[in-house]
Design a protein around this ligand. Structure first.
Ligand code: AMP
Ligand code: GLY
Length: 423
């Protein structure tokens, strides 16, 4: 079977590695992939937003199955176009991807169907939003409606911060059209949990839960990033809470999408906050998370391609999905300065043994050598019988990787560890 994976980061590297475990898979193409992914797939220089180019390539190569991983091509209708061309795909169609690409759509869906989330208001002009902020409770959260590379959310601790966020999005158009509408919502408190799920629109199978570390600095300080590390499972996500989420959030969401004529097939990601009033949705993503995937897929026991095809065929109910009872930790090694300015082009070295644990996010090949090529350079994932060991092994592996300006957080998994130790 010839497989095509659209995207080129650590998440795609993890997906490709897992797909390769299936002996039926003979060829894998990554569009565009990256210098590290090139060790596991044939990288093709077609960007993830070049929908016409992607479809042309898939037809020329007679691709048997496609996986569209990033938000942008999903929001642009890549799956719809591939399906029209007769190529079976993993990923939601454009109208279902809107659950991520429009926060206004997602919030209105939750309100209409009684799915627990933060209270909110939608604004289409800055004046009305600023007026509302004069008397709104603080802290408060300001979110750009559209995709903004994970930077469209401001958790404002003061009224001034909230006003600045509104002005930047609506007057300075910091996020372009993505900020022409904004959501202003209630500030929620509690531990955050990421739950990725497989769904064919009717059946939903949650994957093992995980915990992201979004801030750049130790102790959750500094700027928001795409994610500096993850652990799985998330100890705050007990069986009782999982049951509650299934009843009040997961199933109601896929039923709501179906009722709206937007059946969701693919990976639906629930960003949850466990508040004292129960679990609430912070955000939906229409795709695998990055770097959540780098801890979730290594724990998947079932063959990934089999599960993905069951999602596409609408037969997920008949496909058992199992996860290992183990712990995983992914430590992201980044370029110092990320997510703001950073240098790239430095050689990356590591022992061959480490390579098996590495998912490359941003690197290029130059004269046969791997060089840094992004803010997040790579993630090292360790799987162990305890969270403590998984963290220790991930850090030990991280130590064996060298490149100039290497930067990482020192406390990935520490909060989870504390939660486990609490009686
Ligand atoms: P998002 O891009 O929607 O995941 O938001 C980024 C981060 O902002 C989340 O991971 C939360 O830590 C925080 N956040 C988003 N919405 C809220 C909220 N209503 N209350 C408190 N924190 C929030
Ligand atoms: N790690 C968060 C995300 O993929 O959106």
């Amino acid at each position: 079977m010839k497989i095509m994976v659209v995207g080129g980061g650590g998440r795609e590297h993890a997906i490709i590695r897992k797909l390769k475990e299936n002996p039926e898979v003979t060829e894998i193409f990554a569009l565009p992939g990256n210098g590290g992914i090139a060790a596991d797939a044939e990288c093709v220089n077609i960007g993830a937003k070049d929908i016409a180019g992607i479809v042309r390539f898939a037809c020329e190569k007679k691709i048997d199955y496609a996986v569209v991983a990033p938000d942008d091509p999903l929001a642009l209708g890549c799956v719809d176009e591939l399906e029209t061309a007769g190529i079976p795909c993993f990923g939601p169609r454009k109208n279902a991807a809107e659950i991520e690409s429009s926060k206004v759509f997602a919030k209105n869906l939750m309100k209409k169907y009684g799915i627990p989330t933060a209270d909110y208001q939608v604004f289409e002009n800055a004046e009305a939003a600023l007026d509302y902020l004069k008397t709104a409770p603080i802290p408060i959260v300001v979110k750009a409606d559209g995709l903004a590379l994970g930077k469209g959310v401001v958790v404002a601790m003061t009224r001034e911060e909230a006003e600045t966020a509104v002005r930047e999005a609506m007057e300075d158009r910091k996020f372009g059209d993505s900020g022409s509408r904004i959501v202003i919502e209630e500030y929620l408190e509690g531990p955050e949990v990421s739950v990725l799920s497989f769904t064919d629109g009717t059946t939903l199978v949650p994957m093992v839960s995980s915990m992201d570390h979004k801030r750049a600095g130790d102790g959750d300080t500094g700027l928001n990033t795409g994610g500096m590390g993850t652990v799985a499972p998330n100890p705050y996500y007990t069986e009782e809470i999982a049951g509650q989420c299934m009843e009040t959030i997961f199933l109601p969401t896929i039923r709501a999408m179906k009722a709206e004529g937007r059946e969701f097939r693919g990976c639906l990601y629930f960003g949850l906050m466990l508040t004292k009033n129960g679990p609430k949705v912070i955000e939906y993503n229409c795709r695998f998370g990055d770097p959540e995937t780098q801890v979730v897929l290594p724990l998947l026991e079932t063959d990934l391609l089999t599960v993905m095809r069951a999602v596409t065929d609408g037969t997920l109910a008949d496909c058992p999905v199992r996860f290992r009872k183990a712990h995983a930790c992914c430590l992201v090694l980044a370029s110092a300065g990320y997510p703001a300015h950073y240098e790239k082009g430095y050689e990356i070295r590591m022992p061959a043994e480490t390579l098996k644990h590495v998912y490359v996010a941003g690197a290029a090949l130059k004269d046969g050598r791997l060089i840094t090529g992004g803010g997040r350079v790579l993630g090292v994932t360790a799987v162990a019988d305890s969270l403590e060991n998984a963290i220790a092994e991930a850090y030990a592996l991280g130590d064996t990787v060298t490149f100039d300006n290497k930067y990482f957080r020192h406390d990935i998994g520490q909060r989870a560890l504390q939660a486990l130790r609490r009686p």
